[in-house]
Design a protein around this ligand. Structure first.
Ligand SMILES: C[S@@+](CC[C@H](N)C(=O)[O-])C[C@H]1O[C@@H](n2cnc3c(N)ncnc32)[C@H](O)[C@@H]1O
Length: 209
């Protein structure tokens, strides 16, 4: 696992998420889902050798579903080394690059053909971090590469996992992406949490210009 030197704020964030993952069963976490529906879009639209990155992958099933689909160039970045170690163990030695990093300090070292983020972008509450993130995705995606972004909508929760979040409407996200991306699909999804609550997500599917 790649581990850069950490700032204090990144260490605090890592501690927060490690604690969440270590002290709660995965199936009780509010963002838990058995499988990632986005895999259907990915398998239909990109080849199995396409470099795919899952941003803030945590314990998401996405990378494991893509391994099962025989994707060969997979990367997961997350601030929580605990989650990454769990993912690595579950992948049973299959070739995945696991990167421990705080997105706010991180710069991708290579290009990707598909960038996936479910429930991570909304933790960037500072406009500067949000703009940097979108610029970073644009820089790291090859022309015609795909961006899949699922984030709390304007009607979503105001906090998650004990942290404040920023909520975004589809219109706002469409504008934020306009300089570098063409939006090919956007929709609202209601995620039902393990305790039965409903969280509204805005999903953006876009292509790098
Ligand atoms: C709500 S969970 C979503 C996990 C996963 N994407 C899923 O759908 O199951 C948010 C994830 O983002 C990670 N995360 C939050 N802020 C981060 C940051 N600034 N840099 C890197 N990872 C971050 C957390 O460790 C956690 O795994």
């Amino acid at each position: 696992m790649t581990e850069p030197a950490r700032s204090r704020k990144s260490q605090e964030l890592a501690d927060h998420w490690n604690d969440r993952y270590e002290n709660n069963p995965a199936s009780k976490l509010s963002w838990f889902q058995e499988s990632s529906p986005e895999v259907e879009f990915i398998t239909v639209n990109v080849g199995k050798a396409t470099p795919v990155i899952d941003i803030g992958g945590g314990l998401s099933p996405l990378v494991h579903q893509l391994i099962d689909e025989e994707f060969t160039d997979l990367t997961v970045v997350d601030v929580s080394e605990f989650a990454l170690e769990q993912g690595q163990r579950k992948a049973e030695g299959r070739q995945v690059e696991w990167i421990q990093s705080d997105l706010r300090d991180w710069t991708p070292a290579r290009m990707y053909g598909l960038w996936h983020d479910r429930a991570v972008f909304h933790f960037l509450t500072e406009r500067e971090d949000q703009e940097r993130y979108i610029g970073m995705a644009a820089e790291a995606l090859v022309p015609s590469g795909y961006l899949i972004l699922g984030t709390f909508s304007e009607n979503g929760p105001q906090s998650c996992s004990g942290l404040p979040v920023a909520r975004h409407s589809i219109d706002e996200l469409t504008t934020a992406l306009a300089a570098d991306f063409t939006v090919i699909d956007s929709h609202i999804q209601e995620h039902v949490t393990p305790s039965g609550g409903v969280q509204e997500f805005a999903w953006m599917y876009a292509v790098r210009n």
